[in-house]
Design a protein around this ligand. Structure first.
Ligand code: CA
Length: 669
């Protein structure tokens, strides 16, 4: 139950703070409750099916609901076992009578029109009672891989059975391979890669794909029912129970593989304003409006009102429901600056009661600040990061742009040889938490570090465009080198690393920068690229493994910045990390050096601590194996177009129990 609100702007309506909106099911009876304070009449209509067809024949009954004036909640209890019964409300506001599904729907029939009563226990897959959240101690220990359910397996290169391609159940297939090869795909591939969490593009019920045919493609940033899984990813969208069970099977399979599940939640706008269950239930309440005009900071036709008591409550209830019922391990908030910071902090507080380690982060921007309807002081922008919990992260677009240049244009960033925005890279490497280089975050846990996401060109396509190349399958050295530098920056930085699925094997969308409704042949993961770009995959994999062995990189405290020393000489970036209080199984010193020029460059390592004399190279131009490849000879030069990661030899020898010094000759720095 939500007991605390920092603001109450609802002068007109009485509100409701209990947690039983929607239906409360038992085998003996089901009670329906809907908050509709402005309504003069509400009827409950029960159906035997969930689809529009044969309406007259499928109506079971229509019942009058009763209003509690103190709260504005209408309720009705029906005797009997209602599992599988579909329902709508007929709500009269003024002269207008609207038929709508339940705002608090947990299940629906095909294409969302009717809600369904569901006994959730019957949707639990075998072993669900033993399924546990996959969590990391601190947000900065997460390594996030962003994937669209359909893209994951829609291509026949996934090796997933035809019936499961593009569905939740594709995640449950183990030992999948690219046909006729030994290349692992999907879940078995992810286990090897070493990421800790997948972030799923929208998996709540959205409106842009016809569930009856499933033909269209869409990312799904157009919510219809927030608390219902999308039907087009299930094997039977007509039966409201199936998608719930299959969604849980997906979560269970990922959890069994040791991978956490982050949901991309889009509370900032809906598929439709006027036709949404929210507007039909309580007109002119849940959305920000100016007269009859919907404000549009979401850029998608309407923006919701997180500051209103009952939408705030809805967001909190919804997030809690996914975390508890579906064991979701993290939430990524789309266009988070459409929301007020009080709401986001309350969500953090409520999630903390379930588990403090549940991830929370979002996009710190809107599509149109001028049409947001809440002040710049109140919204979740980077400027207001200090008002938010330090465990609510924000995507660091500054570092993203500093690394590679503009997201869709042909401008260059540091990795393509430009030194114009290098300070943004330096600030980002310090988790946007350094007063010296630029700070908006309170701590590194607030900074999501990345170079690519579902929006915009893939990193590979961006590199091709900015280098004026046209071959999407190129193995051009320079492009591969630049990709490696980007990976090194993202993984060997403070903050929370994040990447678009397939970034590690040169994923291409053939130059399409906004593929939200492009066909599968643009969006699908082509798993054969994991073979063609194995060198890149191995490089990412190595960096991920190294990150996990250097606690300072995943330190979310404010002190982490002070143990890290960044230098930049106009060409080369060098960062030294001192973890001198670390345990015997941890590296004490690590340094990353990056050269974006075509020449060997000198550099200098600096630290406020005394630096060791002996170092080993564990990442160089060619490899990021994490194994000591050779001793670093202090000549302090770095090869062209390369990133170097070195660790102090004493720690390495101690950790790896090396009895004799490495005897590999020093022939290259
Ligand atoms: Ca849908």
């Amino acid at each position: 139950m939500i007991t605390k609100y920092y603001s109450n702007k609802d002068e007109i309506y009485n509100t409701y703070d209990k947690d039983d909106l929607g239906f409360t099911y038992s085998k003996e009876e089901t009670t329906f409750k809907v908050w509709a304070p402005a309504a003069s009449q509400v009827l409950l209509k029960l159906y035997s099916t969930g689809s529009y067809q044969e309406d007259g024949a499928t109506v079971l009954s229509i019942k009058q609901m009763k209003k509690d004036d103190a709260t504005g909640v209408w309720s009705k209890t029906i005797q009997g076992d209602l599992h599988g019964v579909y329902y709508t409300y007929l709500i009269q506001n003024g002269e207008k009578i609207s038929e709508t599904q339940d705002v608090y729907s947990k299940a629906t029939g095909v294409n969302s029109a009717r809600s369904m009563v569901v006994d959730l226990e019957r949707t639990n897959p075998e072993g669900w009672e033993n399924d546990k959240h996959i969590l990391v101690d601190e947000q900065t220990k997460a390594i996030i891989w962003e994937i669209h359910v359909r893209d994951f397996s829609s291509s026949n290169t996934s090796g997933v059975s035809k019936a499961h391609r593009g569905t939740y159940l594709a995640f449950t297939e183990t030992d999948t391979k690219v046909p006729y090869t030994q290349q692992k795909t999907c879940l078995s591939y992810l286990k090897d890669l070493g990421i800790t969490h997948v972030q799923l593009n929208p998996v709540f019920d959205f409106g842009s794909v016809n569930e009856a045919t499933g033909v269209e493609y869409n990312w799904g940033y157009d919510p219809v029912n927030y608390n219902v899984p999308e039907g087009s990813y299930s094997t039977d969208p007509y039966n409201g129970e199936v998608r719930i069970k299959e969604f849980k099977q997906m979560v269970q399979a990922l959890h069994n593989a040791g991978i956490g599940v982050v949901m991309d939640v889009v509370y900032n706008h809906m598929y439709s304003g006027d036709d949404s269950c929210f507007e039909k239930t309580v007109p002119n309440y849940y959305f920000r409006k100016q007269g009859s005009r919907y404000l549009n900071s979401s850029g998608c036709g309407n923006v919701t009102a997180s500051e209103k008591v009952m939408f705030r409550k809805f967001m909190i209830d919804s997030v809690k429901y996914w975390a508890e019922e579906y064991h979701i391990d993290g939430f990524r908030f789309d266009l988070m600056a459409c929301h007020d910071y009080e709401t986001m902090n309350l969500i953090r507080e409520e999630l903390d009661k379930i588990d403090k380690r549940i991830l929370m982060y979002g996009e710190p921007w809107t599509a149109d600040n001028g049409d947001n309807g809440i002040s710049g002081e109140d919204c979740c922008s980077k400027q207001n990061a200090k008002k938010l919990s330090s465990r609510i992260g924000m995507f660091n677009d500054d570092m993203r742009n500093g690394i590679k240049g503009g997201s869709d244009d042909d401008t260059k960033g540091y990795i393509q040889g430009s030194n114009y925005d290098t300070y943004k890279v330096l600030a980002g490497m310090l988790g946007a938490s350094s007063d010296t280089f630029g700070r908006w975050a309170k701590r590194p846990s607030q900074c999501i570090t990345y170079a690519s996401a579902h929006d915009n060109l893939t990193l590979w396509d961006k590199l091709l465009k900015s280098n004026w190349k046209k071959n999407f399958n190129t193995t051009d050295d320079r492009i591969i080198e630049q990709n490696k530098l980007s990976a090194a920056f993202v993984m060997i930085s403070l903050g929370v690393p994040f990447m678009l699925a397939g970034e590690e094997f040169a994923r291409t969308k053939f130059g399409e920068h906004n593929s939200y409704k492009s066909p599968d042949n643009i969006n699908s993961i082509d798993w054969t690229r994991a073979i063609g770009y194995k060198e890149l995959v191995d490089y990412y994999k190595g960096l991920i493994a190294i990150r996990k062995k250097m606690p300072l990189l995943t330190d979310s405290s404010e002190e982490a910045v002070h143990k890290t020393y960044m230098t930049y000489n106009g060409k080369v970036i060098a960062g030294t990390m001192a973890n001198i209080d670390g345990g015997d199984d941890e590296y004490k010193y690590m340094a990353i050096v990056v050269n974006n020029t075509g020449e060997k460059c000198p550099f200098e390592l600096k630290s406020k601590y005394e630096l060791p004399n002996r170092w080993y190279v564990i990442v160089d131009h060619d490899s990021a194996s994490g194994e000591a490849m050779r001793e670093f000879d202090n000549r302090m030069e770095i090869r062209p177009y390369s990133a170097l990661v070195i660790v102090d030899a004493d720690s390495y020898d101690r950790i790896h129990n090396v009895k004799e010094k490495l005897l590999i000759p020093n022939n290259e720095c």
